[in-house]
Design a protein around this ligand. Structure first.
Ligand SMILES: Cc1ncc(COP(=O)(O)O)c(C=O)c1O
Length: 912
């Protein structure tokens, strides 16, 4: 049945390919494939999930990773199964090359094992080396070929192939072994790369790796496929750029097999490696160790509490002349078990990912969501987050994990890049391990104290003296209201009246001065302080009365490349010079010199009138509450900073305590640590949450002046602020906040901090923003700090929070790798304070080309006038094009084809 002896035929193509690739050899790879500072947030493409891919990593070097890879390949390819299989072995980083080559080892061992064992299917094995440093290439290339270039990586293109015949006429299984990048010195990759002038950026390693997986997946045809990616050294050994490998490969979050250490000292090393992987969000599916007679598997199994299986391989012969064939035969049972564990973990993962949308639809009640409008296919399954990107499970032709830039900054909370995320995870783990949770009143512990001090030195600098911790933005607001009302009552004497006369009447009359379009949270008290809106109506909150005097604010926006002030109805009757309400740059809007303008006086008397005309019977204004500069949930409305400053001054003159709600605007959201600085005035009380912890865990703080604090100081406990939450000042939150506050403002860790340290660099491309503002489909644009928002021109039910105007368009954007969620017809993009502006700027040439929005009509007809006055469907179509275009700039996508396709296929869909 089987051929008498398996026939082995091997071909080496390496030298012939050298000549074919001569033109590329002369061009150092690094100069074409890497950038000195590749944007960390650039999303990767799809990573296939239609076959299992595992990361093979180890607690240290030389513990047998490559033997495990080869053993798994043997289990998969050399079973008696007649079905041809395909095994992809990838070694992204190889040092000690060419004398050491793990891909060659797997290739040659599998070829030998295949000819030794009776195989049903033939085996076609190949080994390829893609890129090598000059020193490594010089060893394998003909003399002189690698001499010309002094740095960079060479396209080596060495290729070896071998066929082992199985049963006659049988189909062939395939083993593809591939080394991606190789260096000569047998030292840590970062050192070899540096010494051999061949540094490869992390983004290049990931891109090549992702491409190898994707291509192999596409070419797998009907074969079962399995793949492993073998790391170099231990889990925390540096990669070629110096990034630890456990961080380098994290965006792919491949499930891991940890090859542990069976030697003396190996228990500790194995557990440390496991914890390094877990704290970075990896799933470790199994641990494998070599038997050194020390029974390390017993304590390891006990540590893993049987959740992670520990498998033991027979002792590996030390004699270098041993070809290990017998060892592989002996270890076969262990590899077969390991292989089964890996297959079943993979199937389980895929099953869970497939099932989640349906299950979620059955058991979860999402916030701000009309469930009737969410089909099962509309649910986004987020497998993980790495820095600014979601890793999302998708079923296209096959299952993939695809990266989506989180342009909502996960509901305005997120700040960390991938590095800070790892640091925060570790520090929070430390805090949880050190403190768990401890109750707060009359207690102190380091994270709470450090965080309080950092807040007062930072966002509270110059005015605040106390930090009150709670756990979310809404509660921070409720606390602020309690503080403000006490301060007001104690200043105006009503507190002492109340104490002498227990007049509850007076208490009920206190209300806030606030702005229409404001939002301060969803708890009942916080809602009372905000203006009537879609969030507060009878449908949502029948108890809502709106205890406030709500003024219409003048808003600011960019339209046709001019910054305009739109005055509310009550102010329209005033005649104003155009230079008072139009500005050629955003910075002019913020200028303090505007205080002397006619408009400042108009604002002042308007506010004064409103305050004096407010009848006391309606209520006494006991606090001013406002969101400095930007009203987020109200539709990303920019309020004229001059108006807010005048408002603050008017209230201060009347001893009305001032609350700044910086839950959204705080911590660099608007390009400055505290948005109060943009107003050039300070509050008495301010609320912070969201970005304060980097957005990784909930925590809120209400900061107050000493005068506010003093209004609660009395002998009686009953006059203290009798308010608190179970998780007040929890240690993990305070630790995360302390870390993030320092990280965001330090130019060493945040490349976006300008030299003066007060502002973020301009993150959005100003030219492009102004071009968008001139587009007829766009009503207004606001770009400030990490926020870029635009309102689509819409009328009737297409406008406002309930509008579904942008929904199909956003679906498209999500398919294109950008996760957005609109506020009705307002679409916004939000990045973190550390997100690199290069993401936009690297594509400045794309921008220049695409900024000719006039090109668009070519896609739907020669009559370009359609662009100038679009209506109906055309607005939708143009909006889609515009957003894709905008997104392309932010996220480095070649948008030309995309826009063209979208226009072709979606033009009639989008009359939303
Ligand atoms: C300005 C403002 N205040 C308060 C809140 C409420 O914060 P949380 O959702 O943490 O309760 C929000 C939430 O978006 C907000 O934007």
């Amino acid at each position: 049945m089987f051929p008498l002896s398996s026939l082995i035929r091997c071909h080496r193509h390496s030298h012939s390919r050298h000549y074919l690739l001569l033109h590329r050899l002369l061009k150092p790879f690094s100069s074409i494939a890497t950038h000195p500072q590749a944007p960390p947030s650039s999303p990767l493409g799809d990573v296939p999930l239609s076959f299992p891919t595992y990361l093979i990593c180890s607690s240290n070097t030389s513990v047998g990773k490559t033997l495990v890879s080869a053993g798994l390949a043997a289990s998969f390819l050399l079973s008696s199964d007649f079905h041809p299989n395909k095994f992809l072995y990838l070694k992204p980083v190889q040092t000690g090359f060419p004398s050491d080559s793990d891909s060659r080892f797997v290739f040659s061992k599998l070829s030998s094992l295949a000819s030794r064992r009776k195989i049903a299917c033939s085996l076609l094995a190949s080994d390829e080396v893609l890129q090598a440093s000059r020193s490594a290439a010089a060893v394998t290339l003909p003399a002189g070929l690698a001499e010309d270039c002094k740095f960079g990586m060479f396209d080596l293109g060495s290729y070896t192939e071998c066929r082992v015949l199985g049963e006659e006429g049988s189909a062939a299984s395939e083993l593809i072994c591939r080394t991606m990048f190789a260096w000569k010195e047998a030292v840590s990759p970062h050192l070899a790369a540096e010494r051999e002038n061949g540094v490869v950026e992390d983004s290049t390693v990931l891109e090549v790796l992702q491409r190898c997986l994707l291509e192999a997946g596409l070419a797998k045809q009907n074969m079962n496929m399995f793949s492993v990616v073998e790391t170099a050294g231990g889990v925390a050994s540096p990669g070629p750029s110096g990034t630890l490998q456990c961080d380098l490969y994290r965006p792919l979050r491949l499930p891991a097999i940890l090859v542990g250490d069976g030697r003396l000292g190996g228990i500790s090393g194995t557990i440390s490696a496991y914890e390094s992987l877990k704290v970075r969000g990896y799933d470790v599916v199994a641990v494998v160790i070599e038997d050194h007679g020390l029974v390390n598997e017993v304590p390891l199994s006990s540590y893993f509490r049987k959740r992670v299986p520990v498998l033991v391989l027979p002792s590996i012969p030390q004699d270098p002349s041993n070809d290990l064939m017998e060892w592989f035969d002996d270890a076969c049972v262990v590899f077969d078990s390991l292989f089964k564990i890996m297959l079943s973990a993979y199937s389980e993962r895929i099953r869970r990912l497939h099932d989640m949308p349906k299950k979620a639809g059955n058991v979860i009640w999402w916030p701000f969501t009309q469930h009737k409008l969410v089909p099962e296919g509309g649910v986004t399954v987020i497998d993980s987050r790495c820095g600014e990107n979601f890793a999302v499970f998708k079923v296209r032709n096959n299952e993939v994990i695809t990266q989506q830039f989180d342009a909502c900054a996960s509901w305005w909370t997120q700040g960390p890049d991938a590095t800070l995320q790892t640091e925060l995870a570790r520090d929070m783990g430390y805090a949880a391990a050190r403190f768990g949770h401890v109750m707060f009143p009359e207690n102190v512990y380091e994270p709470a104290l450090e965080c309080a001090e950092l807040l007062l030195e930072g966002v509270g600098k110059g005015w605040a003296s106390r930090t009150y911790f709670s756990d979310n933005g809404s509660t921070a607001i409720e606390i602020a209201l309690k503080m403000a009302f006490r301060k007001f009552s104690s200043d105006d004497g009503s507190l002492s009246n109340f104490l002498s006369d227990d007049s509850t009447q007076r208490r009920a009359q206190l209300m806030v001065l606030a702005l229409n379009g404001s939002y301060h949270g969803d708890t009942l008290g916080a809602m009372e302080a905000q203006a009537p809106s879609a969030y507060t109506g009878f449908l949502q909150q029948p108890w809502y009365t709106g205890r406030g005097l709500f003024l219409d604010p003048p808003t600011v926006f960019l339209c046709n490349n001019i910054w305009n002030i739109s005055l509310p109805e009550g102010l329209l009757s005033h005649s104003l010079n155009s230079d008072e309400i139009t500005f050629s740059s955003r910075s002019e809007v913020f200028e303090l010199s505007r205080d002397k303008s006619n408009l400042a006086e108009i604002y002042s008397s308007h506010i004064s009138n409103a305050l004096t005309q407010n009848p006391e019977s309606v209520g006494i204004i006991g606090a001013l509450i406002l969101e400095p500069v930007i009203q987020g949930a109200g539709g990303m409305l920019m309020v004229d900073p001059l108006f807010q400053r005048v408002l603050v001054n008017e209230c201060r003159n009347r001893k009305i305590p001032i609350i700044f709600d910086e839950v959204f605007t705080g911590f660099w959201r608007l390009g400055i640590e505290s948005a109060a600085e943009l107003l050039y005035c300070v509050p008495d009380i301010a609320c912070f949450a969201k970005l304060m912890t980097g957005g990784i865990v909930p925590l809120a703080a209400t900061l107050a002046t000493s005068a506010v604090f003093d209004s609660f100081l009395e002998d009686s406990k009953l006059k203290a602020l009798l308010h608190g939450h179970s998780y007040s000042a929890h240690a993990m939150g305070c630790t995360a906040a302390a870390k993030s506050i320092k990280w965001f403002k330090d130019p060493q860790t945040n490349g976006n901090i300008t030299s003066e340290g007060k502002l973020l660099k301009e993150l959005w491309d100003e030219k492009l923003v102004s071009q968008i503002s001139s587009h007829p489909a766009v009503q207004r644009v606001v770009a400030l700090g990490t926020l870029c928002a635009l309102e689509l021109r819409a009328e009737g039910s297409n406008a406002g929070y309930g509008s579904m105007y942008a929904s199909s368009l956003l679906k498209k954007l999500r398919e294109d790798g950008i996760y957005t969620r609109p506020l009705g017809n307002v679409i916004y993009f939000m990045c973190g304070p550390c997100t690199s502006p290069e993401i936009c700027r690297q594509h400045e040439s794309d921008v220049a080309e695409r900024s000719q929005l006039a090109k668009y009509p070519r896609t739907y007809g020669p009559d370009s006038t359609a662009l100038i006055w679009p209506s109906g469907n055309e607005v939708g179509i143009l909006s889609l094009g515009l957003l894709l275009y905008l997104a392309s700039v932010f996220f480095r996508r070649g948008i030309g084809d995309l826009v063209f396709q979208e226009f072709q296929s979606e033009r009639f869909d989008l009359g939303i």
